[in-house]
Design a protein around this ligand. Structure first.
Ligand code: NAD
Length: 344
């Protein structure tokens, strides 16, 4: 079967990771990426063998810098089946008419409003509902993380309600415009936080309320989650459910993985590019069960957690695999995702 041809618009934090993940898929071909500026990331893309496209207004600027471009966004759209929009939050909406005119399928990111696409998407929760759609929105990093653990728990026993506090990183490592930062910023005026509402775009039946606090770190987010289930469960069963789930790793503070800094260091130790950790990390010692109440703490690498879901979203749009399990097998193997316990 011919490979699905994919383009990526926006080669920033999410775009560059999704583009490189597409290159690893046996059933996909990365045709090229769109860059608006001829900066170091454009040079990197060329060195990596990725074809660069740009906006017609920027072609001259690229030429001046001696960076070769293969054409415009419209040229790229003529050559692809699916476009992954990874432009800054809210910008994707301005491109939607351009994508629609070209007749390509569309993957949007969590920074866009939910109504940009036919469905908000999380592989572990609703892969099958996205099959054959024209457009999906992969929910944000925090929402993807919450959905992975909630949908895993929901298989053990139906989840009635969730309350969670999100401790958010202030900025991504490369985002100097948001720093320097030296404060803990609660957001009382925005209670409940949008994260729970975003979870409901995928699980409309779930009673969920979240709050968020921003802290001066760039590495990862941490969530404290409290869930009420329809029946009582045993601690061992909850641990086993998380341990066996794809894209979730149980980490142990007893073995030194006590903080987001330790997780990042371990990702460096095992040679992860850009210290990416697309797996959701749940601290095994934090899992607490009282009858039908379950609590746990989880860490989220915001720059990479949505990458596997973007790959699965492409497969769902193009009906490349008919079940979540099939796409997970391919994506997780090609991206080298871990499951079970860390460190080993
Ligand atoms: P980013 O700023 O790192 O990258 C955006 C890229 O788009 C940059 O290369 C920028 O130059 C380019 N760009 C800017 N304006 C453009 C335009 N008009 N046309 C084409 N390209 C343009 O942003 P990001 O963090 O990768 O976020 C992209 C999307 O992913 C957003 O919706 C965001 O909410 C979502 N997201 C981000 C994170 C995260 O932690 N960074 C996590 C999950 C989801």
């Amino acid at each position: 079967m011919a490979k699905v041809r994919v383009g990526v618009n926006g080669f920033g934090t999410i775009g560059k990771r999704v583009a490189e993940a597409v290159m690893l898929q046996p059933d996909m071909e990365l045709v090229g990426v769109v860059k608006t500026r001829p900066d170091y990331s454009a040079v990197y893309a060329v060195k990596r063998g990725i074809k660069l496209y740009t906006l017609s207004s920027s072609i001259e600027e690229f030429k001046k810098r001696g960076i070769e471009v293969a054409g415009t966004l419209e040229d790229l759209l003529n050559e692809v089946d699916v476009i992954v929009d990874a432009t800054p939050g809210g910008v994707g909406a301005s491109y939607k008419p351009v994508y629609e005119k070209a007749g390509v399928k569309m993957v949007f990111q969590g920074g866009e409003k939910p109504d940009i696409a036919e469905i908000s998407f999380s592989t572990l929760c609703n892969y099958e509902q996205a099959l054959g759609k024209k457009s999906v929105r992969v929910v944000s990093c925090n929402t993807t993380a919450l959905l992975r653990s909630i949908c895993t728990l929901n298989k053990l026993a139906p989840v009635k309600s969730v309350r969670a506090t999100i401790v958010r990183r202030a900025a991504d490592p490369k985002e100097t415009k948001r720093g320097p930062v030296n404060a803990i910023v609660p957001n009382p005026a925005r209670m409940p936080s949008h994260h729970g509402v975003d979870v409901q775009t995928v699980l409309p039946w779930l009673d969920i309320v979240t709050s968020a606090v921003v802290v001066p770190t760039t590495l990862m987010h941490v969530h404290t989650v409290y869930a009420r289930l329809e029946k009582s469960v045993a601690l061992e069963d909850v641990v086993e459910a998380f341990e066996k789930a794809p894209r979730i790793v149980l980490v142990s503070s007893e073995l030194g993985l006590k903080s987001t800094a330790d997780l990042v260091e371990y990702m460096r130790d095992i040679g992860r590019k850009r210290y990416d950790m697309p797996e959701l990390a749940i601290w095994v010692e934090s899992i607490t069960v009282r009858g039908n109440e379950v609590m746990w703490m989880q860490a989220v690498h915001q720059e990479s957690i949505v990458v596997p879901e973007n790959i699965d979203a492409i497969r769902a749009l193009m009906r490349l695999t008919s079940s979540a399990q099939e796409t997970i097998e391919i994506t997780d193997k090609t991206l080298g995702l871990l499951k079970g316990r860390l460190p080993g």
